[in-house]
Design a protein around this ligand. Structure first.
Ligand SMILES: *[C@@H]1O[C@H](CO)[C@@H](O)[C@H](O)[C@H]1NC(C)=O
Ligand SMILES: *[C@@H]1O[C@H](CO)[C@@H](O)[C@H](O)[C@H]1NC(C)=O
Ligand SMILES: *[C@@H]1O[C@H](CO)[C@@H](O)[C@H](O)[C@H]1NC(C)=O
Ligand SMILES: *[C@@H]1O[C@H](CO)[C@@H](O)[C@H](O)[C@H]1NC(C)=O
Length: 389
């Protein structure tokens, strides 16, 4: 090979590299975007050609932010005695950020079967911080929390595969950081709010970001992704709707906070039926622990609703990673009972007990406590120093 030709080839290679590995996303072509690893956002029918009445209806219950004793007790109370059709305990998903999180309890929740997911290290305000954050800032926040979860709660790197943006403020830089995480690309994002579409086809199903999304951008400022992220799943955060079909809120605690038991049982049941009676797209109950703190009626209503739903016998309470596994390998209501990714998870016990856990205290950059089974790191973990060295 002559030198000139070699240099020419080499320069093409460099140009490709520096343009980044990301190509502009095209409109989705259902003939090219094929299962199991690609799905168009426009496709609102159950996967695998399942008829809706044979499609298991999934409910995902997710909780955001720091994780401490009070929240843990509430979540356990919510799921107490709730069992899926295969007799495994119903479990939720925790999107965790750093300040005030008790990593001994994260390790305990993981051992019980909760899915542990990433919600950045700092979750700092204002919301515009996230809109403007550059690639490196997103990367440190995302990889940083994953490292912290591994280091201080012993969660395997390949089990933290889901992400939600603080304030649902997702951006192109965020998707780039999820895709190029140093621990391998994330499996799903759950940051993008969507309304139910009342055209009889039902709400959106999870889809991949290989192609342009048909999901509307929540605000003009919100930079919706224009690049292609092959194989990265977007699980739409379907908003709660009012009776007149207007949007109530993306998170439950943002919708009718003073609503009593009757009001909340109605809100949940009605929104659930937009899914169950149409295409059976997964129904999300997304919340902060404050949902349960405003009035005890909210816990009562949420528990009663979940019992009602499970009594329908084709309803499952699952985590987003279990949903993605099923989107890739769809099972009908009967097959679902023996579907491996929906079996009860077998997880290691926490490495320590309440008595032997380390209680770490920091005064910099603020007054913070952190409980963990590992020895206390010298510094409070941060995006650029997740190990706290
Ligand atoms: C379901 O699991 C619980 C707890 O392990 C057990 O007590 C119960 O007998 C099981 N029910 C069925 C129908 O297998
Ligand atoms: C968490 O702590 C960091 C460091 O003190 C701070 O920058 C950040 O704003 C805090 N986040 C929240 C949500 O309070
Ligand atoms: C990203 O932001 C950080 C902190 O503000 C800054 O130090 C860094 O230079 C920025 N990186 C790029 C590539 O702009
Ligand atoms: C619950 O709230 C609704 C709407 O405000 C009200 O009509 C109803 O009487 C309340 N129910 C109870 C039991 O307080």
């Amino acid at each position: 090979m002559n030198l000139q030709y070699f240099l020419w080839l080499f320069s093409i290679f460099i140009v490709q590299q520096t343009r980044g590995q990301f190509e502009p996303a095209q409109h989705c072509d259902p003939n090219k975007c094929l299962p199991p690893d690609c799905r168009c956002s426009e496709d609102r029918s159950p996967p695998g050609g399942l008829p809706p009445e044979k499609t298991p209806q999934i409910i995902m219950v997710t909780f955001d932010d720091d994780f401490e004793k009070r929240s843990f007790d509430l979540y356990n109370e919510l799921f107490d005695e709730l069992r899926n059709p295969n007799n495994c305990s119903a479990m939720g998903t925790l999107f965790i950020c750093q300040n005030y999180t008790d990593y001994f309890l994260v390790e305990t929740a993981y051992s019980m079967g909760y899915e542990i997911a990433d919600h950045t290290v700092t979750h700092q305000e204002p919301t515009t911080y996230w809109e403007r954050a550059n690639f490196t800032e997103w990367k440190n926040e995302i990889d940083g929390e994953k490292e912290i979860l591994h280091r201080f709660a012993n969660i395997p790197y390949d089990e933290v595969i889901g992400f939600r943006a603080p304030f649902l403020m997702f951006t192109e830089n965020m998707f780039k950081a999820l895709y190029t995480s140093k621990f391998g690309k994330f499996t799903y994002d759950l940051s993008w709010p969507a309304n139910v579409i009342f055209d009889g086809k039902g709400p959106m199903y999870p889809y991949t970001l290989d192609y342009l999304s048909s999901q509307t951008c929540p605000t003009i400022d919100e930079p919706c992704p224009k690049l292609s992220y092959p194989g990265l799943w977007e699980v739409p955060n379907v908003n709660l709707m009012n009776k007149d079909h207007s949007t109530c809120a993306s998170m439950m605690d943002g919708c009718d906070p003073s609503g009593n038991y009757t009001v909340w049982l109605e809100i949940l049941t009605r929104n659930f039926h937009y899914h169950y009676d149409t295409n059976r797209a997964p129904f999300g109950m997304h919340m902060h622990p404050t949902f349960f703190l405003t009035t005890p009626d909210h816990m009562k209503a949420a528990k009663q609703f979940l019992k009602y739903a499970l009594d329908l016998e084709d309803v499952w309470i699952l985590t987003p990673s279990q949903i993605v596994a099923w989107m890739k390998d769809p099972q009908d209501v009967e097959q679902a009972k023996t579907f491996a990714p929906w079996q009860c998870p077998s997880r290691p016990k926490p490495r320590c007990t309440e008595e032997t856990a380390h209680n770490c205290h920091y005064t910099e950059p603020g007054d913070f406590y952190m409980r963990t089974c590992t020895p206390c790191p010298p510094h409070f973990p941060s995006p650029t120093d997740p190990d706290g060295n």
